[in-house]
Design a protein around this ligand. Structure first.
Ligand code: MG
Length: 330
């Protein structure tokens, strides 16, 4: 029997994280898992009820009864990777190939143009922007990004509609279009209208992923899969990308630094295995939250994460010092 312990935490966002989430503390839990072979690993469990996930308490109560949600399944998969690395006295960075991350802007309001030169001089070559709150302001901002020569990743989080998306694209100046690397979840998934959207810009699927019918003989209507190892079966995603010649972006789930470190580790592992199929990652989401003890141990150098202390995902001393509670029926 595996033994599972949890430690509940909350993260404080600096500003609203996307167009559908108001500013409030975010709840999650770290899991410590002990296997009968003596190996112990850690992972994050960070549900997004705004995206339709059950709340944290429900995942933990189910787990106590032996019922494993798909999110918990991913946590266990990641914890096992961590456990194996710890047993081998290795850090994720000893195994994979480092890759760049996009810079993340959760909103464009208040960003001064000089700031873009600054992040460019730090080495960032792409910027991800959450859009859908102020289309006019956002389009104006895209011209600054293009002028700075930065690749643009947009994310609508599937709000709005084909009409809003088409209107948005019709207002993007022709000089800016070549800088759009892709647009994530432009509106709710629909094969026909996403095919139309693809004629206007490269399209990426993220949270709309679960609506995709993969067993068809036709290439799905997008160019890139955004894969969050905390939420999606990574092996299956790799299989789909290979079959349909899609690119893949690995991102964290705007979760705890332990979740971030796992996403970085998986991204480095996949970069080593699959090279050009793996695009720059999007794992620097820890900057969207107030700094905590864990975040002080996530080291970055411009767009790259740097190796931290400890084995597996790291954080060894902090994780050991936490008060862990067995996950059991209450
Ligand atoms: Mg997204």
């Amino acid at each position: 029997m595996i033994k599972i312990f949890s430690y509940s935490y909350s993260l404080r966002p600096l500003t609203s994280l996307n167009a559908i989430t108001p500013v409030k503390e975010r709840e999650g839990a770290l899991l410590k898992i002990e296997w009968p072979d003596g190996k112990t690993g850690y992972a994050d469990l960070h549900p997004w009820p705004e995206l339709g996930d059950a709340p944290l308490a429900a995942h933990l109560q189910d787990l106590a009864k032996g019922k494993i949600s798909s999110l918990v399944e991913q946590s266990i998969w990641l914890a096992r990777k961590d456990a194996q690395l710890r047993a081998d006295k290795k850090n994720y960075f000893d195994e994979g190939v480092p890759l760049k991350n996009n810079f993340i802007l959760s909103q464009v309001k208040g960003v001064v143009p000089g700031f873009l030169d600054e992040i460019k001089s730090e080495g960032f070559t792409s910027v991800k922007v959450k859009v859908g709150r102020d289309l006019q302001g956002e389009i104006g901002f895209l011209t600054h990004l293009a002028a700075a020569g930065l690749a643009i990743r947009l994310d609508f989080n599937a709000i709005g509609s084909w009409q809003i998306f088409e209107k948005f694209m019709s207002q993007v100046p022709p000089t800016v279009r070549p800088f759009i690397e892709y647009i994530e979840d432009p509106f709710p998934y629909d094969e026909k209208s996403w095919s139309e959207a693809q004629k206007l810009a490269p399209i990426a699927v993220d949270n709309e992923f679960h609506k995709v019918r993969w067993n068809r003989d036709e290439k799905p209507p997008f160019d890139v899969m955004v894969v969050k190892p905390a939420r999606v079966d990574v092996d299956k995603a790799v299989e789909y990308c290979k079959k349909w010649n899609l690119k893949m972006t690995i991102t964290s789930s705007m979760d705890h630094p332990v979740g971030v470190a796992h996403a970085v580790g998986v991204a480095m592992e996949l970069k080593k295995l699959h090279g050009d199929m793996i695009l720059d990652a999007g794992c620097m989401t820890h900057r969207l939250y107030q700094m905590d003890l864990f975040a002080t141990e996530l080291f970055t150098q411009g767009p790259y994460f740097a190796k931290g202390r400890g084995y597996g995902v790291g954080f060894d001393n902090i994780l050991k010092a936490l008060k862990w509670y067995p996950v059991k029926n209450s």
